[in-house]
Design a protein. Structure first.
Ligand code: PPE
Length: 312
């Protein structure tokens, strides 16, 4: 489905009309993937829209930019304010938010340093990422023949636009095979993450997820789920997972801003112990949504209420 247009997009400090948010075809980032980005969601709460873990996302954006020698010409605070301003300007109650920092129009060539650094923030309604049914019935995942980039190929902890071309290969392979999502292994054969989600398995009431050293993104939803799970009394272990661990889990699920908390029903045609949404997944999923919707005081620190934020 094409992106549903909203009113305004924030570009380098200005709100411009959606249809005017265009760039030159010789933009560096378009040729070489020299950009970094974030995916953030805002949820409806009884106190108006609220951005989930905004400062954590913006901090990760700065870390990603730092790795690629990009000097963002705004402070983290300015980008947080700009995010809120963009949501407000579009009158969104719930939306997906896409901040993008990219090498713009300037010099061509592989040295990115002479090209300017541009920043944009767009918001739009993005429904259930892995399909309407996914949050309840779960998805069918396939272990990809494509490997996740090694730490010395492209740092997996930096959310760079260019690296997602590899995630696209994995995603298409999964879709062509009749699956919903891909799970990528690293070169040692251990699980890293999905094409755009972190992975958890549940075995005998304990949660397991790969460590960053395996080559996954330091997902903010992953972190939220770890906090929520521990608060609910679950043990959460970060350790390398093999495909055997996926095939023999009681439950498994993906976490991500776009995907939210999506149960994995099968991996490589092997149904999970609980085929569908298992009880632990359901409990954590419900708690996650309640936290994001401002229903749990304990997690109020994760919310940035759009109506409370200063306007400029
Ligand atoms: N791993 C990868 C590779 C990844 O891209 C994401 C986010 C995650 C894990 C989960 O991270 P977090 O969102 O902080 O919990 N993927 C973003 C892009 C999805 C897209 O299709 O574009 C997202 O979820 O916004």
């Amino acid at each position: 489905m094409p992106i549903p247009p909203t009113e305004k997009i924030w570009m380098d400090g200005e709100l411009v009309a959606w249809e005017d948010a265009t760039i030159h075809v010789l933009t560096h980032g378009l040729h070489y993937g020299s950009g970094v980005f974030e995916g953030i969601r805002a949820y409806r709460t009884t106190r108006g829209p609220s951005v989930f873990r905004l400062t954590d996302h913006i901090r990760r954006l700065f870390r990603s930019a730092h790795v690629y020698h990009m000097q963002i010409p705004f402070s983290a605070e300015e980008l947080c304010d700009a995010t809120v301003e963009t949501i407000r300007a579009n009158g969104m109650q719930e939306c997906y938010i896409r901040p993008l920092v990219y090498r713009g129009y300037g010099e061509m060539g592989l040295n990115p340093l002479p090209a300017p650094v541009n920043v944009s923030i767009a918001v739009w309604p993005w429904g259930v990422y892995l399909g309407e049914e996914s949050l309840e019935s779960g998805v069918r995942a396939k272990i990809s023949s494509w490997k996740r980039t090694d730490h010395n190929v492209l740092p997996p902890g930096a959310k760079a636009t260019g690296q997602y071309i590899g995630s696209g290969l994995a995603k298409v392979e999964a879709l062509h095979g009749g699956y919903d999502e891909a799970i990528l292994l690293n070169h040692a054969g251990y699980v890293t993450d999905g094409s755009g989600e972190n992975v958890f398995v549940v075995k005998e009431g304990v949660l397991y997820t790969p460590p960053f050293s395996a080559g996954c993104l330091d997902g903010i939803t992953r972190d939220s789920i770890m906090v929520v799970a521990r608060d609910q009394g679950y043990e959460v272990v970060e350790r390398n997972l093999s495909r055997f661990d996926l095939y023999t889990a009681d439950e498994a699920f993906f976490t991500g801003t776009a995907a939210e908390v999506a149960p994995i029903r099968e991996v490589d045609d092997r149904p999970m112990g609980f085929s569908g949404r298992g009880p632990v997944t359901k409990e954590l999923q419900e708690t996650f949504f309640a936290a994001a919707r401002g229903e749990i005081d304990r997690y109020a620190r994760w919310l940035t209420l759009v109506e409370d934020a200063p306007s400029h």
